[in-house]
Write a protein that binds this ligand. Structure first.
Ligand SMILES: O=C(O)CCC(=O)C(=O)O
Ligand SMILES: [Fe+2]
Length: 307
């Protein structure tokens, strides 16, 4: 339950309206684990499934430890503090704290957590067949002050099946102040948005428009984000921003057309989470994110077309 004791929350520096019609808690579905039809109904209805405690908390802690040690080795944690605590180095605060697939690859504990055991078993059951996961892992050590702008994931990974699931996995206990993920209620049913913004691909550019050369050279003008102001966006689109105080072991899974963003990390710690992708192995996969060395959003895969 969201209580009156809620701290002042911000997202991209904008104060979050936490009134009852603008903000709320994610609906839990942990009691539905093992009941695929009910889980599918939830996904259909809500656009997300929140599964507190799906993963083994000790396994998450082990994965977290391995990553925090790597961050400490890079000087990203405050010297003289325990890497377990994840206290961000005062200087520099942001360098090295972007998406770190490179670190994810080096952690056997994290690879096991995400791509074996309970996580894979969940998706096999939920999707009802053999599962393929992207090999690229969006491991996100998030510096104090940072947040993720609102977006649909399809814009970044829409060249394969659209029946793809994101798993957002906290590798920290994430209080409201530390800033977990928020989902916009009902956003998976916004047909107008799905048919416009939802048709975009961050790695395409218009050959006949100004700046085409910049786009092909890598200076993207379209970041893939829908907005820099989650509060104004909600006022326009409706629904509530839904979130929770997340704990290690929780997983939040959602579809490609569920609008999400994050709260600002208002703590002095690195907020650690990762997002990973799962689909039926029988369906086409976005080639940017699979294989030994996924090319990702590189310049080489950028596609030009006449707009
Ligand atoms: O962790 C975040 O801040 C963003 C995660 C995200 O965009 C995702 O899980 O798809
Ligand atoms: Fe996302």
């Amino acid at each position: 339950m969201v209580t009156a004791a809620l701290p002042r929350l911000t997202a991209l520096k904008y104060e979050v309206d936490t009134s009852l019609d603008a903000f709320g808690e994610l609906r839990r579905s942990d009691h539905l684990i093992g009941n695929a039809p009910a889980l599918r109904e939830r996904m259909e209805e809500d656009g997300y499934i929140f599964l507190p405690g799906l993963l083994d908390r000790e396994a998450v802690r082990g994965a977290r430890r391995s990553i925090m040690e790597m961050l400490a080795d890079e000087g990203l944690l405050e010297p003289g503090t325990s890497s377990e605590d994840g206290i961000a180095a005062r200087e520099p605060r942001t360098k090295g704290l972007g998406v770190r697939n490179d670190l994810a690859k080096r952690s056997a504990e994290l690879q096991r957590l995400l791509y074996a055991g309970r996580m894979m078993a969940f998706y096999r059951h939920f999707l009802g067949g053999d599962v393929l996961h992207f090999t690229y892992t969006w491991l996100r050590p998030r510096a104090p002050g940072g947040a993720t702008p609102p977006h649909y994931d399809i814009v970044f990974m829409g060249r394969g099946t659209t029946r793809l699931c994101t798993a957002w996995t906290p590798l920290s206990d994430i209080s409201y102040e530390m800033g977990g993920l928020m989902v916009l209620e009902g956003s998976h049913r916004l047909e107008g948005l799905k048919n416009t913004y939802g048709q975009k691909d961050v790695d395409t550019y218009c050959t006949n428009l100004p700046h085409a050369q910049e786009r092909v050279a890598g200076n993207k003008l379209f970041t893939g984000q829908l907005s820099r102001n989650p509060i104004k966006l909600r006022n326009t689109l409706g629904g509530r921003w839904l979130t929770a105080e997340f704990r290690m072991g929780d997983v939040l899974t959602f579809g490609m057309y569920t609008l999400h963003c994050s709260l600002d990390n208002q703590s002095d710690r690195v907020r650690l989470s990762c997002d990973t992708r799962y689909q039926l192995a029988s369906e086409p996969a976005d080639h940017r994110w699979v294989g030994e060395e996924p090319p990702g959003h590189g310049v080489a895969i950028r596609q030009g077309h006449i707009c």
